[in-house]
Unconditional design. Structure first.
Length: 161
């Protein structure tokens, strides 16, 4: 797998570079909310943001993506969206006079998630005796493993020194 140059910078939100090898991913919506976003030019803007269970970076949702979520899951109500799964891919779009890559929610309803067993990862976290060790173990996890063990990691974080 090759590394996109944008991955080397600390962007706060997902972009086309966030998809491994440019391939679609399926993610579970954890929550959506409006929040203040600071653009690359320093301009502040109120945006609608979607957080996912399996990703540490949220995605800014535009109208097109919101309409697709509504269509595939048959609900325009954002309170119904947590727990829903979406497939995200890259499309070429015209923006600001040029063709760019954009994240798009696919018009496909993904199958329900299969429960995953994170007992080995939780065991590794519980074996940590320092915060530094906890951080090292946790950072070695995949994004899905991080999402599946986040509660345990946060619990241990408050008890370790």
């Amino acid at each position: 797998m090759k590394t996109h140059w944008k991955v080397q910078f600390n962007y706060d939100y997902m972009g086309s570079y966030s998809l491994p090898d440019g391939k679609d991913v399926i993610l579970t919506i954890r929550e959506t909310k409006k929040e203040q976003v600071i653009g690359q030019n320093g301009k502040k803007e109120e945006c609608f943001v979607c957080y996912f269970e399996e990703s540490d970076k949220p995605m800014i949702l535009n109208r097109t993506n919101c309409k697709t979520i509504e269509k595939i899951h048959r609900s325009p109500y954002i309170e119904d969206w947590p727990g829903l799964r979406v497939q995200i891919g890259i499309d070429k779009v015209n923006a600001f006079g040029e063709t760019v890559d954009a994240l798009r929610i696919r018009n496909i309803k993904p199958a329900p998630a299969q429960p995953r067993d994170y007992s080995k990862q939780i065991e590794a976290l519980r074996a940590c005796t320092t915060l530094t060790e906890l951080q090292q173990v946790y950072m070695a996890f995949t994004p899905e493993e991080k999402a599946g063990t986040l509660t345990v990691k946060d619990e241990l974080k408050s008890t370790l020194k």
